[in-house]
Design a protein around this ligand. Sequence first.
Ligand code: FES
Length: 177
Amino acid sequence: MAETTSRKFTRVMGILEENNHDPARLIPILQQVQEDYRYLPEDVMTFIATSLDLPPSHVFGVATFYAHFTLIPKGKHIIRLCDGTACHVRGSEHILNALHQKLKLSSAKHTTDDMLFTVECVSCLGACGLAPVMVLDEKVHSKMTPENAINLIDKILEVESGGVTSAENEKKEEAVA
Ligand code: FES
């Protein structure tokens, strides 16, 4: 446990070093920490505040102000399903139901127990002509169907279980998208 904790802080120390411990770079620092940890752990934010000689309330204030930041752990793969008007009319709800069923999630539970997937509903992504739209790990998938969404999940599960390489999976994903 002690080793895990020390490794946790070694990572944030590296990020602070890269940013010259510059308090003016708080947002890029938090962005890097979130990329690395997939969320902003409370103890890491306190550590950042102390290291940058900033009040912890300021660091927490910035972290909670921007919607981009999350204080809750998220899964390795983030699925953002658009539920704006155009996507909703074209069946995004059926895709959401299929994802929830497949991953044993619900509107109250967004992340799988194994921390592999997080499913979020978002408002219009600005690509209504491609509705329904789903973003998986920052890649946009257009005109989605429940079947295609499940296929994408299955491909990731194959890679995660060591069945195929991620490069092979990308080819398969392109076929699905
Ligand atoms: S409503 Fe989904 S992209 Fe606009």
